[in-house]
Design a protein around this ligand. Structure first.
Ligand code: SF4
Length: 569
């Protein structure tokens, strides 16, 4: 029997009044807090008789310390940082400035270098960073402002009153596996806030509640996603330059799947390498962690890694939908920023600068709302006007059709991408389809024959170059309180045990990069298998919430403080 995390009835939640609550301390949330602080400081200097207090402005972060759940390639386009903190380069942790870039197409044994780097992938002027270290640094800057950063606190529920967002409830602490209070039980707080800013990253759980409650996905493309699986390596010197950037397409994926890899040279002979697999693949046996293991066995990559050692592992989903999947950005008492609101350019494989800028624009809107003492949808709606007038729109609108072009395969995607370049993004808005709807039944996929075995099912791993999932998982530093209800909430587990094995072969066993989902022999029904969950393995990538073909899995935050430790990622 699996007990799922749900509110405990009859518990009183202490109330804290807040002016602004930012849920999520990633690059968007931290940039939002820093910009808001700047504006309040300027105001308070100009109007000492009517100051705005910083006391009741909070950032909530579910990780045990800022940055611990932040994972990306990462390449930083510095545009937003230059506006936010012009001197940032002198103090922020930077791995290297991009020194050269190249793009390859891989077949099983060979590689073909693109004669010129396509303009969207030219990275001179950008920086290789560890997003974990960068966000940690931003978190320190936010703490200096006088705002309170609550780490280890997840937003578990939106408070909605009279159809308006009135704040957020934090998670209850000290609840056991059966959902009963333990001796250390502490109820979550009701942070009653004038403005709630959702900055939860990709597939945010409160954002999902908000989207469902107010039908924010109506009349726009569904959000589409990829999952990036990453390893950090230390390799012998001389294999890759600091700041060297390599992108690849092709092997191990076939023309049926969307995705590609990155390799970035960092400081002290470290490299970040990872593979993004589009979460719109059709074969339910596809395993994104296996995709990365197969990629490393390509002679080009193998040569680079041989003699080195893997030091960190992680995975995270990313939104591909861009401009046409963007939900309404503001309403009564709320705004959405960063990945949660689709601020990512999938053509450039970059989103940190867009997340930061969206946070800054939301901060400007929140500041104006505080001055006007007006938190209505009309007032907070100025945020969308600011986005439309900013370089965010100039960057995202012309690539609004990029990912949809690939729904018909690699070749069609390349043709559409080329057309997009010459027509400013295409002559019409293309529809997208939610990735899980494209998954085929197992029997159909098996009929496609071989040629894809290199990424189907679990990777075995040789322990040196390639790793099985559990070995990789060990390097994610993931830890959760074991005695708590499952934070993977499955609406109808009978579907997992009866229908899914026949139709899709339980793809959760494969798409989860952390071995959370396992089909085990049933004790009650000998010969049958049933789903077993290992929630404490979860690296919070949200792939299951996105890719489950029946859409019956909901990821909700586990007890705050639990999760991966992406040190240096
Ligand atoms: Fe990702 Fe879901 Fe697996 Fe957690 S359980 S690691 S969110 S796929």
């Amino acid at each position: 029997m699996i007990f799922f995390r749900k509110p405990i009835p009859g518990v009183d939640h202490p109330v804290m009044e807040a002016d602004v609550v930012i849920v999520g301390g990633g690059p968007a949330g931290m940039a939002c807090a820093l910009r808001l602080s700047q504006l309040i400081d300027e105001h308070n200097t100009a109007h000492p008789d009517a100051p705005i207090s910083k006391e009741n402005i909070y950032v909530l972060e579910k990780a045990r310390e800022a940055g611990a759940h932040s994972l990306s390639g990462a390449l930083l386009d510095p545009r937003a940082m230059n506006e936010l903190l012009p001197e940032w380069k002198s103090e922020a942790p930077i791995e290297a400035e991009v020194s050269r870039e190249s793009v390859y197409f891989l077949t099983k044994k060979s590689k073909f270098k693109a004669p010129i780097t396509p303009p969207p992938l030219r990275d001179h002027g950008n920086y290789v960073i560890s997003l974990n270290r960068f966000v940690k640094w931003m978190g320190g800057k936010v703490e200096e402002t006088g705002f309170t950063v609550f780490t280890g606190f997840a937003g578990s529920e939106l408070l909605i009153e009279d159809g308006k967002v009135a704040g957020v409830r934090t998670d209850d602490k000290g609840v056991d596996k059966l959902g009963e209070q333990k001796a250390n039980f502490e109820p979550g707080y009701d942070l009653k806030s004038k403005i709630t800013i959702l900055a939860e990253g990709s597939r945010g759980s409160l954002t999902k509640q908000l989207v469902t409650r107010f039908e924010l996905d109506k009349d726009r493309n569904p959000q589409t996603y990829g999952v990036g699986v990453k390893e950090l390596w230390e390799i012998p010197p001389g294999r890759i330059a600091e700041g060297e950037v390599i992108y690849t397409a092709g092997y191990p994926l076939t023309s049926k799947e969307y995705g590609g890899a990155w390799i970035y040279g960092g400081k002290n002979n470290t490299i970040s390498l990872g593979f993004v697999t589009g979460l719109d693949y059709q074969d339910p046996r596809t395993d994104p962690q296996h995709v990365l293991q197969a990629f490393k066995q390509h002679p080009f990559v193998r040569r680079m890694l041989e003699g080195g050692k893997m030091i960190r592992y992680g995975a995270k989903s990313l939104p591909y939908g861009g401009w046409l999947s963007m939900p309404p950005l503001a309403g009564d008492g709320w705004m959405i920023i960063g990945d949660s609101a689709s601020f990512l350019n999938s053509q450039r494989l970059k989103g940190i600068h867009l997340a930061q800028k969206s946070g800054m624009l939301a901060a400007e809107t929140a500041f104006e709302a505080l001055v006007a003492n007006n938190f209505s949808a009309a007032q907070l709606g100025h945020y969308k006007e600011k986005v439309d007038a900013s370089w965010i729109r100039k960057e995202l609108y012309p690539v609004r059709n990029f990912h949809q072009g690939f729904e018909g395969g690699m070749l069609q995607g390349m043709i559409f991408a080329g057309l997009g370049q010459v027509t400013g993004g295409g002559l019409w808005d293309m529809k997208a389809h939610a990735g899980h709807t494209r998954m085929k039944h197992l029997i159909d996929a098996m009929g496609w024959g071989s040629g894809r075995d290199q990424f189907l099912g679990w990777a075995k791993g040789d322990g040196k170059l390639t790793f099985d999932k559990l070995t990789d998982l060990y390097f994610s530093g993931t830890k959760h309180e074991e005695d708590q209800p499952s934070h993977l909430v499955i609406e109808d587990i009978n579907i997992c045990n009866t229908r899914c094995p026949k139709e899709f072969g339980n793809p959760c066993q494969f798409f989860c990069p952390a071995n959370v989902y396992e089909m085990q022999e049933s004790a009650e029904h000998p010969g049958a298998k049933e789903l077993h969950l290992n929630p404490s393995n979860c690296v919070h990538c949200k792939t299951c919430d996105i890719m489950d073909p029946y859409q019956i899995i909901t990821w909700v935050p586990p007890e705050g403080g639990g999760g991966p430790n992406y040190d240096g990622m």
